[in-house]
Design a protein around this ligand. Structure first.
Ligand code: SF4
Length: 483
């Protein structure tokens, strides 16, 4: 089995504990509810305009499945074509290797500052922190990433990393952290954008090196692509002399024509737009136009491990649109920080354990961070059956714990008891004889407020009504007799 992923992929604390704390942040919940509901409504509107939306989803899913089935071949084809056009390909087994490759490349240029295009892969490997420890400053240029970086915060959403902040909070961060800013800055979106633009413009013009992620790589042409809304990515991709892209190996698509499908699926699913404002495509180096030193770091970091999981591998089809988190009732209430990993929400609950290995204790609670309502599956543009993978990972987690502890856990005993009780009507009848004990435990107010052991989780946020004087089975047989 290939090695598990490293970096920012682990729960910082078990999800239930983190979620409990985050649920107390009413401002964050208000911000999130407002933001996710508006993106969700926009998405529904533009998706509804396409009569062939379901066919597009099928096409997206098929292309991705085919690509994953022939991944090795596709990557080698991409390497050949990208190299033939003057680009340099580097292979990184894990986060440590990728960070080292990027650091050495930046050092080789003599630069001590880099500008960055929004990238999940570099968040995943903790590149900014690593560069900082090596004396290199990385400046985020995506507006939401900039807010997170200036606020010394962590992203909480794949697409809108600062979704948990409202504009007044953003203004306060700018006033406190921007070296040069109008002290009378208001929280009007246009004024905030203007302040960010003034702050970033100098960085763009001075930077010798840019670091980006990529939304896709096209094997048959050796082309890379970045899809974005602000144009800041375009500045990074075209102005500096050196461009280093860090991309997960699962982003490769077989053919140039495949982007036709994804350019319809992605903007509609992510920002609820028919078309995204900026799409940048580059194939190696173009003489006297744009960066002249072009590198790509192809990152594994647990992806081949996830690919080896027969049930879970479709999680690698994810195009990071974030539609699943915008419709998830759990994410809407807890926010992204509760998941600990770079990847929050429903996709994070499956992707993080798949990349690191479910037996890694830090990610054991993520597959349970779902009500299994299925909204994520319905929204996913590439039809990843997230609920099915969650159930599969829960099974893996139970097996891993059983293997580790050898002795039966409380859950094992509970399940065994449930299986015995529900296996035969006679057994349920026997259990019903204990109902008076339940009434006794409920006391005068007829509510059971605390259950023991593992069952305590159930009564943590709700009471159980006292059992009725007569069970349904007794009532049914009395009814039958009286007729
Ligand atoms: S799992 Fe599907 S809906 Fe969620 S981010 Fe990935 S592609 Fe989008």
């Amino acid at each position: 089995m290939p090695a598990g992923g490293q970096g920012n992929l682990f729960e910082q604390e078990p999800f239930p504990k983190a979620a409990h704390r985050e649920l107390g942040n009413t401002q964050m919940r208000k911000n999130l509810r407002h933001a996710t509901h508006s993106i969700r409504d926009k998405r529904l509107k533009v998706v509804g305009e396409l009569p062939d939306w379901e066919a597009l989803r099928d096409a997206g899913s098929t292309i991705k499945n085919n690509s994953m089935a022939t991944l090795e071949e596709r990557l080698l084809e991409f390497e050949k074509n990208f190299t033939a056009r003057g680009g340099v390909v580097h292979w990184a087994r894990d986060a440590d290797e990728a960070n080292k490759i990027v650091t050495d490349l930046v050092r080789g240029t003599g630069a001590t500052e880099v500008v960055k295009v929004k990238s999940m892969a570099t968040q995943e490997i903790g590149l900014n922190e690593h560069l900082e420890s090596e004396g290199i400053d990385a400046f985020e240029t995506d507006l939401a990433e900039l807010i997170v970086q200036l606020g010394h915060d962590k992203p909480s959403h794949i697409l809108v990393p600062a979704i948990h902040k409202n504009r007044t909070e953003v203004r306060d961060i700018f006033l406190k952290e921007m070296p040069v800013v109008d002290p009378n800055l208001t929280d009007e979106p246009a004024k905030l954008a203007e302040a960010a633009r003034a702050h970033l413009r100098k960085k763009f013009l001075a930077a010798k090196v840019a670091i980006s992620g990529a939304n896709f790589a096209l094997a048959d042409t050796g082309t890379l692509g970045v899809v974005e809304s602000e144009g800041n990515g375009r500045m990074c991709l075209t102005l500096p002399e050196t461009l280093i892209t860090v991309m997960g190996i699962e982003k490769v698509l077989p053919h140039w024509e495949d982007i036709e499908v994804f350019m319809q699926l992605l903007p509609r699913s992510s920002t609820g737009e028919r078309m995204n404002p900026y799409t940048s495509l580059w194939t190696g180096v173009t003489e006297d136009d744009g960066p002249q030193n072009v590198h790509i770091v192809l990152l594994d970091n647990g992806r081949t491990r996830a690919l080896a999981d027969r049930f879970g591998r479709t999680a690698l089809n994810c195009i990071r649109c974030s539609a699943c988190m915008n419709v998830c009732p759990v994410y809407e209430r807890t926010g992204g920080h509760a998941y600990g990993s770079t990847y929050p929400g429903p996709i994070g609950a499956i992707l993080s354990p798949l990349l690191t290995g479910i037996e890694v204790e830090e990610n054991g609670s993520l597959p349970y961070a779902s009500s299994l309502c299925g909204a994520c599956y319905e929204a996913c543009p590439v039809k990843i059956n997230i609920p099915e993978i969650l159930v599969h990972l829960r099974g893996e987690d139970v097996d891993a714990k059983r293997e580790k502890h050898k002795l039966p856990t409380q859950m094992d005993l509970l399940m065994k008891g449930g299986s015995w009780a529900l296996g035969k009507g006679k057994n349920i009848g026997l259990l019903e004889k204990a109902l008076p004990l339940g009434r006794l435990a409920a006391g005068k107010d007829k509510k059971i407020k605390k259950l023991p052991g593992i069952a305590a989780g159930w009564t943590q946020s709700r009471d159980i009504p006292a059992p009725p004087n007569k069970s349904f089975r007794d009532w049914w047989s009395d009814e039958k007799e009286s007729k």
